[in-house]
Design a binder for this molecule. Structure first.
Ligand code: ADP
Ligand code: MG
Length: 731
């Protein structure tokens, strides 16, 4: 029987190996194995980097045996064999019991895999898996000069070691001339030619058995193209399908809510807000549903842009829903919108305008009766504007005529949640997604690649700006006192302050996790627990901020309590709000001018930028102090310094991307779906992704689409199946 990419591994490998690969590495078919690329390549005497290893790493190293020493154990029966191995850069001890591997001879080279441990201060492997290299391992084609050969090191598992994978791959590739036939290239010839790409068979050969790092680079480039193109075809397909959906046009109507809002706005729109506003207005007027991403710098005024779009839809007789990530934010939106609309937002109430609408809040924590009432308002269409949290997505929430869905601070919602809300319209509603922070172009093209993008680059004028500094507690202990003094000065001048801590405090255990650990790079576990709101508030009350009106805000408070405190802060009745990241996104109190972030190193870059955005909302200059114990020279210290040095959200978004792994970025935003991305880097492959995007659009714009490219069509279908499977697993 001929082997194809679809052939189950169990047919070509031994049952034990195949089972191990399936269960531990999720590799099931020949294709899976061929797409299981080496993590890195070892070169004798050069690449193993023994000096980089740390305790707990599970690694495979390539090293040479230096000495072998077997002796009888004193406390127990049996023998212990200590083998010293080295790679020129470092040495390490391997430990075996009872004469295992006692026959190793100095001078031999081998691959050793295990978990790095320490014993009396030096690194060691305790009975690692060993695979001694013979000359024939270097290259089956008889190249004896294997000192130069690269040894692929694969992501391995407990029972399937790197060299078992290597041998298995070799078996498939070793088919000689047959390999080219086994591997059918899905890429159209002309795309390959245009971008100078290797054939798939050549690329797979080179990635698994390279003779130089150049080979690896070329191979990876071609394989990345596969990933990028399939992803972009999927996204382009979604865009195209969406464009064919029948929506309902919601044309602009003069003399309605929108005009009322424009008249009531206490400021003039920025040029950017006007432009994007026009773009949205025109798109809402089409009977194809809009799918748009609105990104903009923190504080660039996205809310009012969204609100005006919502008003247009209500004026046209539809309903608009605004999905917010937190209850605090949902409540704030309702408050702001009601205030802007005045009587027009209180239809049906005594002082309401007859031609107005209602602004309804729907959150999970509403009591049964008000929730029933809110749902009824939504279902009967009395509520033109509905603001809520995840509760909006629940079954039982029905809209009379949902015309527009706005998702605020999108990074908290996955594609499925967006779709769940869209499904609540009788016909697909228009969708506007707003990101919390600017996102790098590659992320816009992938994670949000099924959306068109609008960008607000400009901040409203008359902003005071924010100055940021790092306060290194270890190196400059006096600076923290100075920070509290600055808070007192601002309060004395009539301003307000936030103090943000990573943890709530009081409780221990899982309930006391940070509320929104959002990509903060995790340090070791040996650090002290992060500072807590309740402790810091008490310390400040008793000490440096004694006499100020100080209160706390965190996720453990009931929603009414949270709302009351937020309201009091907004009304200026609280001077200093000590809070968790509940204030991170969207919270808007222009009179607040200082933010002190405690244990700033525990937060991610984007998160800090978001937090800082809270004190840049008015005419008064803002101040953001990042308090940390991290040394200025450490990578953490430098990350904080970078945040302090720039307020360019796009630059910081890039930095954020650098401190995370691709999978986290793609995974989190696509609710963990397998994106099919193994090699592609959102950081480095902007050009490639953009070229693939253009090719994908061009391909789908042709009349026959993928009809002449069954290989590509199959890859796209496979990705969709994987994604669905993944979603089902999660559901
Ligand atoms: P973000 O884009 O971060 O969501 P918001 O929409 O919350 O920003 O707006 C931030 C602040 O700027 C709000 O207080 C809002 O009222 C104000 N704002 C919005 N647009 C303008 C403008 N054109 N001129 C002055 N202030 C504005
Ligand atoms: Mg916002």
């Amino acid at each position: 029987m001929a082997v194809t990419l679809e052939t189950p591994l169990a047919r070509v490998l031994g049952p034990k190996t195949a089972t191990g690969m399936a269960e531990q590495l999720d590799l099931h078919t020949v294709r899976d194995l061929l797409r299981h690329y080496p993590r890195r390549y070892a070169r004798r005497g050069e690449m193993a980097r023994l000096d980089d290893l740390q305790k707990g790493d599970r690694v495979t190293i390539l090293a040479q045996v230096k000495s072998v020493n077997t002796r009888r154990m004193r406390q127990r029966h049996g023998t212990i064999t200590e083998v010293a191995v080295g790679d020129g850069a470092g040495t390490m001890k391997l430990v075996f019991f009872n004469n295992k591997h006692a026959k190793l001879a100095p001078g031999e080279w081998g691959l050793f895999a295990g978990t790095v441990g320490t014993y009396q201060g030096s690194l060691q492997f305790t009975h690692p898996d060993c695979h001694m290299l013979e000359d024939s391992d270097s290259d089956s084609d008889g190249d004896q000069d294997w000192a130069r050969a690269l040894v692929p090191i694969y992501p391995a598992s407990k029972d399937v070691s790197s060299w078992v994978i290597q041998k298995s791959v070799k078996l498939l590739i070793g088919a000689g001339g047959g390999f080219g036939e086994l591997v059918v290239d899905p890429l159209p010839e002309d795309i390959r030619a245009r971008h100078g790409l290797l054939s798939l068979a050549a690329a797979l050969l080179d990635i698994h058995r390279p003779t130089s790092m150049d080979d690896v680079e070329h191979a990876a480039h071609r394989l990345k193209w596969d990933e990028a193109l399939v992803l972009q075809l999927t996204l382009a397909g979604r865009r195209k399908a969406a464009a064919l959906e029948p929506g309902i046009a919601r044309p602009r109507r003069p003399g309605g809510l929108l005009d009322a809002i424009d008249a009531a706005l206490p400021f003039a729109l920025t040029e950017g807000q006007r432009e994007v506003g026009e773009e949205l207005a025109a798109e809402l007027d089409r009977d194809q549903p809009m799918h748009r991403l609105l990104q903009g710098e923190v504080g660039s005024g996205k809310t009012v842009v969204a609100l005006r779009a919502m008003a247009q839809v209500v004026d046209a007789g539809g309903q608009a829903a605004l999905l917010a990530p937190t209850e605090v934010l949902a409540a704030q939106h309702v408050r702001g919108i009601r205030q802007l609309l005045g009587p027009l937002g209180r239809a049906g109430e005594l002082d309401g305008a007859a031609d107005g609408t209602r602004v309804t809040l729907l959150t999970g924590s509403l009591k049964a009766a008000p929730k029933r009432e809110a749902r009824a308002e939504v279902a009967e269409g009395r509520a033109g504007i509905v603001v809520g949290t995840h509760a909006l997505l629940q079954e039982g929430v029905e809209f009379a005529d949902l015309g527009l869905v706005v998702v605020d601070e999108q990074h908290r919602f996955g594609v499925e949640q967006r779709d769940a809300l869209r499904a609540k319209g009788s016909r697909p509603p228009h969708v506007l997604v707003m990101t919390a922070t600017p996102i790098p172009r590659t992320v816009a093209m992938t994670v949000y690649g099924d959306l068109e993008t609008s960008t607000l680059r400009q901040l409203p004028s008359g902003r005071g700006g924010v100055a940021s500094s790092v306060v290194p507690m270890g190196e400059k202990p006096g600076w923290l006192d100075r920070a509290w003094q600055r808070v007192r000065e601002e309060v004395a001048a009539g301003r307000q302050a936030y103090v943000v801590c990573p943890r709530i405090g009081d409780l221990t255990g899982p309930d006391d996790e940070p509320e929104d650990a959002d990509g903060a790079p995790d340090g070791g576990d040996d650090r002290r627990p992060p500072l807590a709101v309740l402790d810091v508030a008490e310390m400040l009350r008793a000490g440096p901020l004694n006499g100020l009106r100080l209160d706390v805000l965190h996720g453990r408070l009931g929603p009414e309590e949270k709302e009351a405190r937020m309201r009091a802060f907004a009304a200026g009745q609280i001077d200093v709000l000590v809070a968790t990241t509940v204030v991170e996104v969207g919270v808007d109190v222009p009179n607040a001018t200082v933010m002190v972030v405690m244990d700033a190193d525990r937060f991610g870059v984007s998160q800090l930028h978001q937090l800082r955005g809270r004190v840049a909302r008015g005419a008064h200059p803002g101040l953001c102090l990042l308090v940390t114990e991290a040394a200025a020279a450490s990578s953490t210290g430098q990350r904080l310094a970078a945040v302090a040095a720039t307020s360019d959200g796009f630059a910081l978004a890039r930095l954020d991307l650098e401190t995370r792994r691709e999978g986290d970025v793609l995974g989190a935003a696509q609710s963990g779906s397998r994106s099919g991305v193994r090699l592609l880097s959102l950081l480095e492959d902007e050009e490639l992704i953009s070229a693939a995007r253009a090719e994908a659009s061009a391909l789908l714009d042709t009349e026959r689409g993928l009809a002449d490219h069954p290989g590509l069509a199959a890859e796209v279908a496979r990705l969709a199946t994987d994604e669905r499977a993944d979603y089902l697993e999660k559901a």
